[in-house]
Design a protein. Structure first.
Lengths: 802, 289
């Protein structure tokens, strides 16, 4: 209807208008929305929340690694002062089960405990002190059963059965068909025998990687509030509000519309708040159900260390072959992940491990066999990297050994075999776009001064100090991939107000990674708003669509696309209104920064604020829901092949280390990490992810170790579980490489997990370069380094002059 | 933590503290900076009882130089030590230990009295105090007694301090021209408990001849220990590289450390040789200025 609307003054481009950029918020280094609250200490976390009549829950955990529960005596606890309820498995009104990949994880152990830390009872009392004291009065009679703590022993015939065969819902990532075997997966490509036949050099080696604790600053915490209308509202820290939603509904035996879950705060997740928050919420909900009052459960640091999920320890047997010129010919791997007492996420962690085992390289022949195994130890689940650190440590270590045998520099070996567009991965997945691996190798080498230092450090020494440079490379399949596709969707709700401000709700969680900021940037870009006009809110399951878990480095891509979908609907209304204002067809218009302008005559434009005010007045629909599915993926268990993930992030880490060869102490001097993330929506936040992940990776590489003896964790505290401090942080150089992905918002891929993944081999490869000693197991503690030097006959070069 | 603090008393003077200790029945715990006891209490390793907060007692603060000795109040913090030019000059091993310990927040709260009373074999100030020949002054309503620091400890967390006694001060003999050093290995660069440590304090002649030396080792035995055989080896000989290496090996052969979550027996023993040799080398550097 051009010309039919009221005349409207056209804004003209002011003379001092800055040079237009293609995007005005996306790609900008904007301050994160929660920065001030966190710095000032006003941000709220699970334990900050309080409600009238609040009660406190304390869990009684199993003290046995494996035992039959003969009796749970709760009378004394029930009579203790301030106690309102003492609950056990039989008190679940619904199912005593946490819904995950396989239906084996009980909320509270009923007749058998499988690990030290299995919940057996819960005490609800007026104060945390009363709950604590009463919990000590609960007596459990156990009949100890034979226990198994080693993956290979657990698979031997006649081993104690931790996890009997059980099958899950079809398509949910696997079923354990044999005792203690949560999952068995293979990847198969090409002719393995021919591949090794064609090799001039074959290297075979065994590697081990340890447990890692998430060490999030906020321990697990939930409060469940029974509301007058019969709804149970759950508040707490979590990555996956909809997992918690389903778990609470099933534990209470109520329809899902009688539960709402509001994710708050969340001081770090790293995967540790993917599955286990359902246990915490389930227990709080059970307490609320029985008392009719709000019930809070916040774990102490010690309880959290002892009972919550960890990274899977792994045993990897790896064999690779190459021709004289460095061309890779074959890879064969056997992998065992120690899943602990319950399957939790182990079946799908194994999927990611096996599909990533061959790395970002061209292999004509691949055969990977992976086992996820049950033992009587703390269950292992999701942890940033999700099964990949284990296989990357092995692969990147063996590639350096291969390079040494071939007399080729490790960088050249990788450059020679690196995948590019048109190549196929070890899973035989063809790569069609967004493959920036080679550029990460080149950029990381250039920024770190890799070649020059490699040469210089060959002879460098200062007293007992030696230096070395090492590489660690990786690829990472963004999103849940084929084994998780059944829950892989996402939604968003966008509401534009007449004053030109905007509220965005998404179903994915802010846990410190900066998601709300990135989502606000995308919405601001899409709707032509200033960044400060957009607020992205914490998720509430009653108001946003089930968006799946906030894991797998998927939120920017998935939630970003859902927000774009919603914003696109609103933008159509705004363009229509602007068309009236400018007297042109809506199709002739585009949103440019905070304006709507005529494509063919950009000087003809109206301010978005004015368009919004008029559109609101005209009662246009300025609210929309967005919904997106990922690009399709598939996997064939029989063939051991598939399109495992829709797209991959690629990275190269260069670590520069100084080793004191007398004490075995390694100091990381500098770490350069180049990541192809498609497009950085906010480069500062992307760099923050890279730096934080690198530091967490250094902990895995050098100091972090969970000591378990007969299923008992011996160091469940920060004084003895050694994470890096600021003093341990090297110079971190984050390099962003951008090979855009057509399916990602503005070309973005995921960045949450890749930063941690390739650090450990970069460190141990550097230690090898410095000392001549190869670490086959991390962390590379001084004890292990000195032992490796002795075992491998590497003397501390030159006695030290004092 | 819950349950271990039955009540908290805050005496206004040392006299009041001592009379309180004399009258109290049952378990009592002195709270100074709290850097050790609060961690233990959280782990449920402190018997429920009465806590007595001595942190406010200014009488127990202060570094005082006398002609023959330096007195350190039990409440002197590691930060106080770090900021004392006198201690840096005359009690360098202690200064090193306090400078290296924990992190700023810990050092601001950790007291020497607390570090000693906690009696950890890995307590950083203790080997330094051994090497300096420190005396621990214990007081009760019954009077005051002086205990050589080496006679104070009977095991990990165990001392000869009676239930009615409190550490009031430490004194260090002033030895002209003494040089000292403390070295430790931890699991990371800061906020780490030592897995092995060594302190040495010695007077060296112009030709680096050892006139007198005390060497102490941390985290390798149930208590901090002296290394008398090393001291005998060094006596009257010039500190040259071969002797220092020999001293290190001798120290290592004399200890029987354990394996725990922080380190291994083998590593600890080997590292005793390294830290002792390096501590001695540091004495030479410092003697030469």
């Amino acid at each position: 209807m051009p010309g039919s609307g009221p005349t409207y003054p056209l804004a003209t481009m002011p003379p001092d208008d800055p040079t237009p950029t293609p995007t005005h918020t996306v790609g900008q280094r904007l301050e994160r929305l929660d920065a001030r609250a966190k710095v000032l200490g006003t941000a709220r976390y699970a334990d900050d929340l309080t409600f009238p009549g609040l009660l406190h829950l304390k869990v009684v955990f199993s003290t046995q690694p494996h035992a039959r529960v003969l009796a749970i005596r709760t009378d004394a606890a029930r009579r203790a002062p301030g106690v309102r309820a003492v609950l056990t498995a039989k008190d679940c009104p619904g199912e005593n089960l946490i819904p995950l990949v396989l239906p084996d994880l009980t909320l509270m152990a009923a007749d058998r405990v499988r690990f030290v830390g299995d919940p057996v009872a819960a005490v609800v009392a007026d104060t945390p002190e009363a709950a604590h004291d009463a919990a000590r009065l609960v007596e459990v009679d156990y009949e100890p059963l034979p226990a198994v703590f080693d993956v290979l022993e657990a698979l031997r015939p006649g081993a104690p059965v931790v996890a009997p065969p059980i099958s899950g819902p079809a398509g949910h990532g696997g079923a354990n068909t044999a005792p203690n075997l949560f999952n068995l997966l293979e990847v198969k490509k090409g002719d393995l025998a021919a591949g090794f036949e064609a090799a001039d050099v074959v290297v075979e080696q065994e590697y081990r990687t340890p447990y890692q604790a998430h060490a999030y600053l906020e321990t697990q915490g939930m409060t469940c509030v029974p509301e007058p209308d019969g709804v149970f509202a759950v508040y707490g820290c979590m990555q996956c509000p909809f997992y918690v939603h389903e778990a609470v509904a099933r534990v209470l035996g109520v329809p899902r519309h009688r539960v709402k879950v509001i994710q708050v705060g969340t001081g770090g997740g790293f995967g540790g708040k993917e599955d286990v928050p359902s246990i915490i919420a389930g227990l709080a909900a059970l307490g609320a159900w029985h008392t009719g009052r709000p019930v809070k459960l916040v774990l102490s640091r010690k309880e959290d260390f002892e009972t919550m999920s960890k990274r899977h320890p792994a045993l990897v047997r790896l064999k690779v072959g190459a021709k004289e010129d460095g061309t890779l010919t074959a890879l064969e791997e056997q992998l065992w992940l120690d899943g602990g007492a319950y399957a939790t996420l182990s079946p799908v962690v194994l999927y990611r491990a096996v599909t990533h085992a061959a790395g970002p390289y061209r292999w004509p022949a691949v055969h990977v066999t992976g086992h996820a195994v049950a033992t009587n130890k703390v269950p292992c689940g999701a942890f940033r990297g999700f099964g990949t650190l284990q296989v990357i440590f092995a692969l990147e270590s063996i590639l350096d050994e291969l390079a040494e045998r071939l007399g080729i520099d490790p960088l050249d070996l990788r450059l020679k075999n690196a995948v590019r567009v048109g190549d196929a991965l070890g899973t035989n997945q063809a790569l069609t776009e967004s493959v920036g691996f080679i550029e990460t190798l080149e950029r990381a080498a250039e920024v770190s001064g890799y070649r020059e230092k490699r040469e210089r450090y060959r002879t460098w020494q200062e007293g007992p100090k030696r230096r070395g440079v090492g590489l660690g490379c990786l690829l990472y399949g963004v999103g849940l991939g084929a084994k998780g596709k059944f829950i892989d969707r996402t939604g968003a709700h966008v509401q534009l107000y007449p004053d030109g401000s905007c509220a965005v709700s998404i179903g994915n969680a802010e846990m410190g990674q900066g998601l709300r900021t990135v989502i606000s940037q995308i919405a601001a870009e899409e709707l032509g708003l200033e960044f400060s006009k957009v607020q992205t809110f914490d998720g509430d399951t009653s108001r946003v669509p089930d968006s799946g878990p906030t894991v797998a480095s998927r939120a920017t891509v998935m939630a970003g696309n859902a927000v774009r979908d919603a914003c696109g609907q609103i933008r159509r209304e705004l363009r229509a209104e602007a068309g009236l204002m400018l007297g042109v067809e809506p199709d002739a218009l585009e949103v440019f920064q905070t304006w709507v302008r005529v494509k063919a005559a950009p000087e003809r434009r109206v301010a978005m604020n004015d368009v919004i005010a008029r559109a609101a007045h005209a009662r246009r629909a300025l609210t929309a829901s967005g919904f997106r599915l990922p690009a399709d993926t598939w996997w064939s268990d029989d063939e051991g092949q598939g399109k495992a993930y829709e797209v991959y992030t690629y990275a190269t880490n260069v670590c520069e280390v100084e080793v004191d060869v007398e004490t075995g102490e390694s100091r990381v001097i500098a770490l350069t990490a180049a990541h192809d993330i498609g497009r950085a929506i906010n480069p500062t936040l992307a760099e923050g992810q890279i730096e934080g992940g690198a530091l967490q990776g250094l902990g895995f590489a050098l100091t972090e170790e969970v000591h378990i003896d007969q299923g008992v964790i011996k160091n469940p505290r920060f004084a003895t579980y050694i994470i890096p401090t600021a003093m341990d942080s090297p110079e971190l150089k984050a390099v962003i490489v951008e090979h855009p992905y057509s399916g990602g918002p503005y070309g973005a891929k995921g960045i949450g997990e890749p930063p941690i993944m390739g650090i450990a081999p970069a460190v141990t490869n550097a230690i090898k370069a410095a000392t001549g000693a190869r670490l086959f197991e991390c962390p590379a503690t001084p004890e292990r380094v000195t032992e490796a030097m002795k075992a491998q006959g590497v003397a501390a070069r030159d006695e030290v002059a004092v | 933590m819950i349950g271990t603090v039955q009540r908290i008393l805050r005496p206004k003077s040392v006299d009041e503290l001592l009379s309180t200790l004399a009258e109290l029945q049952g378990p009592r715990h002195l709270l100074a900076g709290g850097t050790d006891i609060l961690v233990k209490a959280k782990d449920g390793k402190v018997a429920p009882g009465t806590w007595i907060d001595v942190w406010p007692l200014d009488e127990l603060r202060g570094v005082t130089a006398h002609d023959d000795r330096i007195d350190l109040g039990a409440n002197v913090t590691m930060t106080d030590v770090e900021r004392s030019p006198l201690l840096r000059a005359e009690a360098r091993a202690l200064w090193d230990a306090c400078y290296e310990a924990g992190a700023v927040q810990i050092r601001n709260r950790a007291t020497l009295g607390g570090n000693v009373a906690n009696a950890s074999p890995a307590g950083d100030s203790i080997p330094a105090l051994y090497s300096l020949g420190a005396t621990v002054h214990l007081r009760s309503v019954r009077g005051e007694r002086a205990v050589p620091i080496e006679a104070l400890f009977t095991g990990p967390g165990k001392t000869v301090i009676a239930p009615d006694e409190a550490i009031v001060r430490l004194s260090l003999p002033r030895v002209r021209g003494a040089v000292g050093a403390f070295l430790r290995l931890g699991q990371r660069k800061a906020q780490a408990i030592s897995k092995v440590s060594a302190a040495a304090t010695a007077t060296l002649g112009a030709d680096l001849t050892v006139e007198a030396a005390r060497v102490a080792l941390g985290a390798v035995a149930p208590t901090v220990v002296r290394a008398p055989e090393v001291e005998r080896l060094l006596a009257g000989r010039a500190l040259e590289p071969g002797l220092m290496a020999e001293a290190g090996e001798l120290a290592a052969s004399g200890v029987t450390p354990i394996t725990d979550v922080r380190s291994t027996k083998v590593y600890r023993r080997e590292m005793v040789a390294v830290v002792v040799r390096r501590a001695l080398a540091s004495l030479v550097d410092r003697r030469r200025g």
